[in-house]
Every structure is written in C-alpha cells, then in structure tokens.
Design a protein around this ligand. Structure first.
Ligand SMILES: Nc1ncnc2c1ncn2[C@@H]1O[C@H](COP(=O)(O)OP(=O)(O)O)[C@@H](O)[C@H]1O
Ligand SMILES: [Mg+2]
Length: 225
C-alpha cells in the first residue's frame, strides 16, 4: 500500500520560496492504477518524484508497505528505490551507448548484494523484453529504436526489479496517438499481470479515461477527476 499524508512541497529559489504542493494526501492499494492529470507546471512531476523516493517532501509523509523511504539513510534509500520503485521518464533516459538488453539490466547491476544473479537477471530481462515486444531488438542501441520502442525499453527497465510501485511521467507524451495507445495497452496489461501500484502522469484525456481512477493536480492540491 502506498500512502502519502499531508505532503507539501516548497522549492527555494533565488527569488523566494515557491510553493508547489500543499497538503496532498492519497492512498493506493496493490493492484490499483490511476492517471494523474493537470496543467503544465502544476506539480505532477514533483509529486511523482516525491512518491518515487527521488525527492523529499517539505513536510508530510510517504509510506510504501509501511516503510517511509525518507526516514532511511542515503544508501538504504537507494536500495529501497532500486527494489521497490520503477520509474519511466518522459524522455525515456536510456543510456545511448548501451544495447537495449544492457539498458534493461542496469538496475540489476546496482541491486544490493544478495539480490543479484547474473544469469537469472538476464533471463528475466529477456522475458520482459519479449513481453514488451522487443525480443528482436535486444542488441539495438536506443538511437536505433523508434520512439514507441524506446518507451517500451524504458518500461522494461522499470520492471526488471519487479517493483511494487510503477511511476510513469508522461510516458506517451512524445508519441503519435496510435503508438501512445499501444504503450498504454502495454502498461495496463503489465499492471494486470504484475499486481503493481501504477501511477501514470498524462496530458491526454483519452489515455486518462482508460484508467480505473483519475486525479488532477491543480492549485497545489490533488483532487479526484
Ligand atoms: N528544482 C526546482 N527548483 C525550483 N522550481 C522547480 C524545481 N522543479 C520544478 N520547479 C517548478 O515547480 C513547478 C512544478 O513543476 P513540475 O512538477 O515539473 O510540473 P509538471 O510536471 O506538472 O509540469 C514548475 O513551476 C517548475 O518550474
Ligand atoms: Mg512534468
């Protein structure tokens, strides 16, 4: 279960404090999937980073299966992210010099000792890449993939450690409508198969409609949409 309780975020800037989120609360159970919408600059990415143990809230708490990642020391927090959180960025953030297979394996390389198994990890990577339709692109570099294929590879990388929480920041933002639709199909299929908590930030009302629940970030609050 993912719980955020009265989370606020204020960025300190040279021009003063910039409040972005104010008293945001949300609970999602395993197996739930939700879309998050809202205008550009409203704080959607900020919220996703807070949820993904990537950036601490200014106040309030985040709990995933009874662990508050921000109460952990830096090393344990990194291990927590590696083990429990999959993150898909809008621009995919694949390593350009590495093959698709190597990109998908990167989270396993930094996994805590005892959770690594080279042979099993590679088998798992190949299995996931098959699931996302990239079985025949294992040796391609990201530059040799289409936009939709890059996002599929980024999704595979986010799933390699079998995360509890899958966070996607406008994963289809740069894709044509039909490709975006197939990436959304993939996310929802994988979600159904893996019993994750899935949160997808999107600008697209069409994409948001496909999720069982929807939220909107507006005026520093998170409201049901
Ligand atoms: N590190 C930062 N320092 C200062 N302001 C930031 C920082 N990150 C984001 N912001 C500001 O916070 C607001 C929300 O950003 P963001 O969460 O990226 O919005 P969204 O994803 O909804 O477009 C924006 O006005 C942005 O300029
Ligand atoms: Mg954003």
């Amino acid at each position: 279960m993912l719980t955020i309780d009265k989370v606020s975020k204020v960025y300190s800037t040279p021009r003063g404090d910039l409040p972005i989120l104010d008293g945001v609360s949300l609970t999602l159970e395993r197996g739930q999937a939700a879309a998050i919408m809202g205008p550009s600059g409203s704080g959607k990415s900020t919220l996703l980073y807070i949820l993904g143990a990537l950036d601490p809230p200014s106040s309030g708490t985040v709990t995933l299966d009874s662990t508050n990642p921000y109460a952990l020391n830096e090393r344990d927090q990194a291990a927590f992210r590696n083990q429990h959180v999959g993150f898909v960025f809008q621009d995919h953030s694949l390593l350009p010099q590495c093959s698709v297979l190597e990109n998908v394996l990167t989270p396993t390389l930094v996994a805590p000792a005892g959770q690594k198994n080279g042979v099993a990890d590679e088998k798992q990577a190949r299995r996931i890449l098959e699931q996302v339709g990239l079985a025949n692109r294992l040796d391609h570099r990201p530059g040799e993939l289409s936009g939709g294929e890059k996002q599929r590879a980024a999704i595979a990388r986010a799933l390699i450690r079998n995360p509890t929480l899958l966070l996607c920041d406008e994963p289809t933002g740069n894709l044509d409508a039909s490709i975006a639709d197939s990436v959304a199909d993939l996310l929802l299929d994988l979600h159904a198969a893996n019993n994750t908590i899935l949160l997808v930030v999107t600008h697209s009302a069409t994409l948001a409609e496909r999720f069982p629940s929807r939220y909107r970030v507006a005026d520093r609050a998170l409201v049901s949409a």
